[in-house]
Design a protein around this ligand. Structure first.
Ligand code: AMP
Length: 425
C-alpha cells in the first residue's frame, strides 16, 4: 500500500517523500488508518520498525486540521517517552514530518535549564514531547495549557514501567482531559502493560508486528566465546575490519563504558560514550558526533541507548552480555533499522553461558558461534585492561582463565529492573 492511500495530509505526504520513504512499514500500514479513525491503539513493535512515524504521521494529520493556520494556542498532543535521547529523537522526527505545517513543537526533560521549556509551554506549543519527571514538575507549577489536549502517546511504555515512571504518568494523566485519543507503544505485551492499557485507554485496538519480543529479522547475530580478559583486545581486533564503520558497543556499567572508550581512543579509534553520568550536553554531543561519523564507535549503557535512532549503524557489539532478554532485543534493534541490514555481535564469557542458552530458548533459535580469524586467543591481559571487577580477581597468567563458582562478572549492585530476566525461569 502506498503512503498516499493512507489518508494523510498532503503536506505530510510531501515531507515523508522528502525523507526518502517509498512505502509504509508494516506497523505504519496497520496503525495509521486506525489512528486516523480516532481509535485508541496498543502498538507492539520492535524498535526500528518505524513506530515513531506510525503515531506521528496520523497525529500530525489530525493536528493540521485542528491548528489551522497555527494561531490556535494550547497543547493538543503530548508524547511521553522514557529518556531524553528518545524525546529529542521523536522531536527531530516530528519536525521533519511537520516541516510544511505551522506547528509549534517542544521537548521537556530534566538535566537542562527549565526556562526555555517553561517559555515553550507558556507560548502554547501545540505538541510536547516529554520525559515524565520534568513534565510533572512543570505541570504542578501550572505551566502550559493542557485543557484542550486531544492526543496522548506513551512511547516505550514497557521501559517507562521498568524505570518506575508509573506514578508520575498517573499524575500527569489526572491533569489532562479524559476525552482524548491515547496511543501506547511497547516492545512487549506483558501483564503489566495490559493493566496499563485498561487504566489509560478506551477499547484500544491492538497492532502487533512480528513475533513477540523477537529480534529484528534483518539483523545477523553472532556470538564470540571469549575469556573475559580478552574482550578489549578482541574488540580492537574486530574493529580492524573497515566494514565496521559505525559501531554501537554496549557495556553493562558506566565506568566500564568509559574504560572501553579510553582503550579504543588509545588505539586511535575515535570513540564517544553515552551513559547517565554524562551531562545532557555531553550525551547530545556524543550522539551528534556518532550520527555525523565524527566518531566511529559509541559505547553506551542500556538505559542511555534505549530508543536511540541512528541510521546506518553497521554493527552492535554486546561487549557485556545483557542481563535481560528485552535489553538484548533493544540493543540489537539499533542496527538493521527500517529496511536496512546489520550485524549484532555478542561477547560471551564462560559466565554468560546460562544467559546465552536462555536467550536462545527465548528467541527460538541458536545464534552462530564465530572464531575471530587471526586473533590470538592465548594472549594474557595487558595490565591496564581490567574489566569492571578485575581488581578483585586473581591476575591470570597465560591463556587459560578459571572462573570460580560464585566469582561472577555480574556486578552485585547492578539494577534488577522488572521484566524478563535471563536467569532460569
Ligand atoms: P523507529 O522505529 O520509529 O525508531 O524508526 C526507525 C527508522 O526507520 C528511522 O530512522 C526512520 O526514519 C525510518 N523510517 C520510518 N519509516 C520509514 C519508512 N516508511 N521507510 C523507510 N524508513 C523509515
Amino acid at each position: 500500500m502506498p503512503f498516499r492511500a493512507l489518508g494523510l495530509d498532503p503536506r505530510i505526504l510531501q515531507a515523508v517523500q522528502e525523507q526518502g520513504y517509498t512505502e509504509p512499514t508494516p506497523i505504519q500500514s496497520a496503525a495509521i488508518p486506525k489512528i486516523l479513525a480516532g481509535q485508541d491503539l496498543i502498538g507492539i513493535a520492535q524498535t526500528g520498525t518505524g513506530k515513531t512515524a506510525a503515531f506521528t504521521l496520523p497525529i500530525l494529520t489530525k493536528l493540521a486540521a485542528i491548528i489551522g493556520n497555527g494561531q490556535q494556542r494550547g497543547t493538543k498532543a503530548l508524547v511521553i517517552a522514557p529518556t531524553r535521547e528518545l524525546a529529542v529523537q521523536i522531536e527531530e522526527n516530528v519536525r521533519a514530518y511537520a516541516r510544511h505545517l505551522p506547528l509549534r513543537v517542544a521537548t521537556v526533560f530534566g538535566g537542562v535549564g527549565e526556562r526555555p521549556q517553561i517559555d515553550a509551554l507558556r507560548a502554547g506549543t501545540h505538541m510536547i514531547i516529554a520525559c515524565p519527571g520534568r513534565l510533572l514538575d512543570l505541570m504542578d507549577r501550572r505551566c502550559g495549557d493542557f485543557s484542550g489536549l486531544n492526543f496522548l502517546v506513551l512511547d516505550e511504555a514497557d521501559r517507562m514501567l521498568d524505570m518506575g515512571f508509573l506514578p508520575s504518568i498517573r499524575q500527569v494523566i489526572k491533569s489532562i482531559p479524559r476525552q482524548r485519543q491515547t496511543l501506547l507503544f511497547s516492545a512487549t505485551l506483558s501483564k503489566e502493560i495490559e493493566l496499563l492499557t485498561h487504566e489509560f485507554q478506551q477499547a484500544p485496538k491492538l497492532v502487533q508486528i512480528g513475533r513477540r519480543s523477537n529480534p529484528a529479522e534483518t539483523v545477523t547475530q553472532w556470538v564470540y566465546e571469549i575469556p573475559k580478559h580478552l574482550k578489549p583486545s578482541l574488540l580492537i581486533h574486530l574493529l580492524r575490519d573497515p566494514t565496521m564503520n559505525m559501531v554501537l558497543v554496549f557495556s553493562r556499567m558506566k565506568h566500564s563504558a568509559d574504560r572501553i572508550a579510553r582503550r579504543l581512543d588509545q588505539e586511535g579509534i575515535r570513540t564517544a560514550t553515552l551513559h547517565s553520568n554524562r551531562s545532557q550536553n555531553q550525551r547530545l554531543k556524543a550522539l551528534k558526533d556518532f550520527k555525523s561519523g565524527d566518531v566511529r564507535v559509541l559505547v553506551a549503557t542500556d538505559i542511555a541507548a534505549r530508543g536511540i535512532d541512528v541510521d546506518g549503524i553497521s554493527h552492535v557489539v554486546n561487549y557485556d552480555f545483557p542481563m535481560q532478554v528485552e535489553d538484548y532485543v533493544h540493543r540489537i534493534g539499533r542496527t538493521g533499522r527500517a529496511h536496512a541490514v546489520g550485524d549484532a555481535i555478542s561477547f560471551v564469557t564462560s559466565e554468560d553461558h546460562d544467559e546465552l542458552r536462555a536467550l536462545e530458548r527465548f528467541i527460538g533459535r541458536g545464534i552462530v558461534r564465530k572464531k575471530a580469524e587471526g586473533f590470538d586467543y592465548t594472549q594474557s591481559a595487558p595490565p591496564s585492561e581490567g574489566d569492571s571487577d578485575r581488581r578483585r580477581q586473581p591476575r591470570h597468567q597465560g591463556g587459560a582463565v578459571h572462573h570460580k563458582a560464585g566469582n561472577s562478572s555480574k556486578p552485585k549492585s547492578a539494577p534488577q529492573r522488572g521484566g524478563r530476566h535471563f536467569k532460569p525461569r
